[in-house]
Write a protein that binds this ligand. Structure first.
Ligand SMILES: Nc1ncnc2c1ncn2[C@@H]1O[C@H](COP(=O)(O)OP(=O)(O)OP(=O)(O)O)[C@@H](O)[C@H]1O
Ligand SMILES: O=P(O)(O)OC[C@H]1O[C@H](OP(=O)(O)OP(=O)(O)O)[C@H](O)[C@@H]1O
Length: 214
């Protein structure tokens, strides 16, 4: 990666569009490739930046290793990945929450070794340890709501936004765990070596975030 350009790791998928909109509102002139392209690296030399487009769960890894100076990652990913990066700003986009859900017939304490399915094994394990409950965690990579229906697990830990996925699959939320939004994250070394560029970016994004959430 070129060291003169500020490298920004962006999550592909549902956060991407909102993050691009936020950056444009903050005055970054992002080219049309951001709207319709399969490119994984997009340079924006007039802003002194280049963007790398990664899987959402991988963004903190790129930033921790310094191949990206800054990035955008969901709080869910930050908790799960526990990477050595600074979380400097809540961008307040892609808002959702983490919850425990189950079939309406679920009753607590029925099972000696209750199974919980999730895409977030660490977050799930920490949560149940704090609750003093021993559970077996079954790691899945998606379609988590399927697990209780087919009998793979009694409960799930997953993201809820509109609640449509739970509703349409006949599940009910049994505990709300934590709110989730996307965060602006920074590599600790880059924060020193590219302080001016990063501070400027944080300031510009803060103005937009504060205006939109006033
Ligand atoms: N239903 C939702 N509403 C709002 N934000 C969400 C929702 N689901 C996930 N998110 C946020 O978006 C991020 C994940 O985005 P996305 O669903 O596009 O990717 P993914 O499921 O991790 O990747 P993939 O589906 O390609 O494996 C999460 O880290 C979370 O912060
Ligand atoms: O409350 P809702 O608005 O229905 O959103 C919640 C759903 O969105 C996410 O799934 P995603 O679409 O990312 O699918 P996946 O879990 O299979 O990756 C999440 O894992 C839930 O399943």
């Amino acid at each position: 990666m070129s060291s003169e350009l500020l490298t920004v790791a962006m999550p592909k998928g549902r956060i991407f569009e909102e993050a691009v909109e936020l950056l444009r509102e903050a005055g970054y002139d992002l080219p049309p490739e951001f709207d319709d392209s399969r490119k994984l690296i997009i340079e924006v030399p007039q802003s002194g930046m280049q963007f790398i487009l990664a899987k959402p769960m991988d963004v903190p890894t790129y930033v921790e290793h310094g191949v990206a100076d800054v990035g955008v990652a969901g709080k869910d990913v930050m908790i799960e990945e526990e990477r050595d990066v600074y979380e400097v700003l809540d961008l307040k986009i892609s808002s959702c929450y983490m919850a425990v859900a189950a079939l309406p017939t679920y009753s607590p304490g029925r099972d000696v070794a209750p199974k919980v399915a999730s895409k977030y094994p660490k977050l799930t394990s920490d949560y149940f340890r704090e609750q003093g409950e021993q559970v077996e965690i079954i790691k899945l990579n998606g379609s988590i709501e399927l697990a209780p229906i087919v009998g793979l697990a009694d409960r799930i830990v997953d993201i809820v936004s509109t609640g449509q996925t739970l509703r349409e699959n006949g599940l009910v939320e049994i505990e709300t765990m934590m709110p989730i939004t996307s965060r602006f994250i920074v590599n600790p070394v880059s924060y020193r070596t590219k302080a001016a560029q990063i501070d400027d970016m944080v300031d510009r994004l803060s103005v937009v975030v504060n205006k939109e959430n006033a």
